[in-house]
Design a protein around this ligand. Structure first.
Ligand code: NAP
Length: 259
């Protein structure tokens, strides 16, 4: 995720390699980042944080406490702290920082790797609109971003954070069905990939709602209607509701773990 953001920032043209210091405990990872993006690279987190205007924390949630204990004491009020760690609340982060340090929590998703990510963002106690704008400008280099109150971050996680996996699951199911219907695996694979990309692009670019686009390809008595009737009878919509509710609950459970 951190690397995807470095790549997005540099591709946007607004950031130069000299604006970025990449940190990692793995020296091989640092060497790779330095070679690939020509950014500064350092294994010294404290030094990098002292040098920065914006500190982006992109370690796994279970490593956040350790990293915050290390760098928290050197963060100054005029800096901005961003975190993309799933389930780590702004109040958790603020506990390790001096009073008044602005924090913005971000929930991205994996399409950031192709510049089509979707991120939910929530402001901490001391973050102002300008801080949120700075966070949005960064996330928009790898896709889109929108702000929500922090209490809605578990729902954002359930919808867009985990969302790509639901689409891949549907892709798998359609590919398997295609093969069972007699298609060669590579044919089923190509049909499904392009169909999902096409439908996704149509949905993203259209001003119409998903159900209107769906109705337009569903002629009465036709094949699409026949398939959708089977899905409705199997209560697929209710299963999505149940699945996303469980994802939201799980996100909330993970947030409450004391890492
Ligand atoms: N991947 C996703 O789809 C996704 C979606 C939404 C949010 N996120 C969030 O994004 C964050 C990063 O995820 P990721 O999949 O990119 O994780 P990752 O591949 O583990 O990247 C984190 C990097 O930080 C390094 N690191 C660990 N401890 C460190 C320390 N003390 N100082 C400096 N560097 C340290 C890790 O090294 P080691 O490998 O040696 O530990 C690793 O290279 C997570 O908090 C995750 O919740 C990810």
């Amino acid at each position: 995720m951190g690397e995807a953001l470095i790549s997005g920032l540099l591709h946007s043209g607004h950031w130069k390699p000299s604006h970025i210091i990449a940190c990692d405990i793995r020296h091989d990872q640092l060497a790779k980042l330095q070679l690939r993006y020509k950014v500064h690279a350092s294994a010294d987190n404290r030094w990098a944080v002292r040098e920065a205007d914006i500190v982006l924390l992109a370690v796994k949630p279970q490593h956040m406490k350790h990293v915050l204990e290390e760098v928290g004491p050197v963060v100054r009020q005029e800096q901005l702290v961003l975190s993309i760690a799933a389930g780590i609340t702004t109040s958790f982060i603020e506990k390790f920082l001096a009073k008044g340090v602005p924090v913005v929590r971000i929930m991205p998703n994996t399409p950031v790797f192709v510049g089509l990510g979707m991120a939910g963002m929530a402001r901490g106690r001391y973050a102002k609109e300008a801080h949120e704008r700075a966070a949005r400008a960064i996330m928009e280099t790898v896709g889109a971003a929108l702000s929500v109150p922090e209490r809605q971050m578990d729902a954002v996680t359930a919808v867009s954070g985990s969302g790509p996996a639901y689409v891949f699951y549907v892709a798998e199911a359609m590919m398997e069905a295609g093969v069972k219907l007699g298609l060669a695996p590579h044919v089923a694979d190509a049909l499904v990939r392009q169909t999902i990309q096409g439908a996704g692009t149509l949905l993203a670019q259209s001003h119409e709602e998903a159900h209107t686009l769906r109705e337009r390809v569903t002629s009465p008595g036709g094949t699409t209607e026949a398939a959708l009737k089977v899905m409705e009878a199997a209560k697929v919509r209710a299963i999505f509701m149940k699945a996303l509710r469980r994802a939201k609950e799980r996100s909330s459970e993970l947030s409450q773990l004391s890492y």
